[in-house]
Design a protein around this ligand. Structure first.
Ligand code: CP
Length: 315
């Protein structure tokens, strides 16, 4: 794939070879450090319509480590979105100020729409400004999946034929959607653990079936943890429930503690895209299998690799 000026809106647009390219550059940055000359004079816009700590700050850190400037908003308070400005008009405007936009937005498909807006600009003779999704609604979070896969590669030494348990809110959690799509390229055995009302959506299981991926659905954590190479825990996405009564039925239902880990393999790694609420108890943090904070750290080299590739300074 030619990464230059590419939009990153769905993990389904990436092949294994593309991901290997990203991992290879991320590894070089991790081992050799970042060269500030690479993106000197470039500017990255971080448009975050929803709350974020990791995605926004790791993109900001990565951009600055490579010498780029960043301009951003975090939440729409204080922006002209509050006056009714549409996503289209904000993207059209900010595309004049920056060389690349990272967008987090609450609507499914918003990243693809933003990418179409900046592509349409080229018909007016203006430069294409690539869009990188930082998460669109309950749909996808492709760069999270890239760092999740990188974390699995770092800890398991391979991506092929792993046994991965995905636990929690599999309906509204965009990270597990992108991750399921990506793992389908690697012959993964997937175990989905969730209450019925939050199980993995049928359009994703159909996708897995078409790719011949083995997957099972469970309601008890214990049924999936013992066999897993990676346990990927997720938060119940309270903000996406249309009815708070429904949220109250499932909140606090699943929790992993140090005692849950007693049935897991010694080589298993416990991951979580974070933030956590109460689904991993604090006593698990010191277990050598807990990997979620290192996983969040992997966001910087992965996002630096993406910025360098899309802005055409690495191959
Ligand atoms: N994993 C993730 O997207 O975290 P933030 O919401 O803090 O960016």
């Amino acid at each position: 794939m030619n990464f230059v000026n590419r939009d990153i809106v769905s993990i389904k647009d990436f092949s294994k070879q593309d991901l290997e390219t990203i991992f290879s550059i991320a590894t070089q940055f991790s081992k050799n450090g970042y060269d500030q000359a690479l993106l000197k004079g470039r500017r990255v816009g971080l448009l975050f319509y929803e709350p974020s700590t990791r995605t926004r700050m790791s993109f900001d850190t990565a951009a600055q480590a490579l010498g780029a400037d960043t301009v951003w908003f975090a939440g729409t308070e204080g922006t002209s979105v509050m006056k009714g400005e549409t996503l289209k008009d904000t993207i059209e405007t900010v595309a004049n100020y920056v060389d690349l936009i990272v967008l987090r937005h609450p609507f499914d498909g918003s990243a693809r729409w933003a990418a179409e807006i900046t592509t349409m600009r080229t018909r007016r003779g203006m430069p294409k400004v690539p869009i990188i999704s930082g998460g669109d609604g309950k749909n996808e979070h492709p760069t999270q999946t890239m760092l999740d896969l990188y974390s699995m590669l770092m800890t398991q030494g391979r991506l092929e034929s792993l046994n991965v348990a995905l636990i929690g809110d599999l309906k509204y959690g965009r990270t597990v959607h992108s991750l399921s799509y990506a793992l389908s390229m690697y012959g993964t055995k997937l175990s989905f653990v969730a209450p019925d009302m939050l199980q993995i959506p049928p359009h994703i299981t159909s996708f897995l079936d078409r790719r011949g991926i083995r997957h099972s659905e469970y309601s008890r954590i214990e049924d999936a943890v013992a066999e897993a190479d990676v346990v990927y825990m997720t938060r119940i996405q309270k903000e996406r429930f249309p009815d708070e009564n429904e949220y109250n039925k499932v909140k606090g239902l699943y929790r992993i503690s140090k005692s849950t880990l007693s049935i897991a393999k010694p080589t298993m790694r416990l991951m979580h895209p974070l933030p956590r609420v109460d689904e991993i108890s604090l006593d698990a943090d010191d277990d050598p299998r807990a990997y979620y904070f290192q996983q969040a750290g992997n966001g910087v080299p992965i996002r630096a690799a993406l910025l360098a590739l899309v802005m055409g300074v690495c191959k």
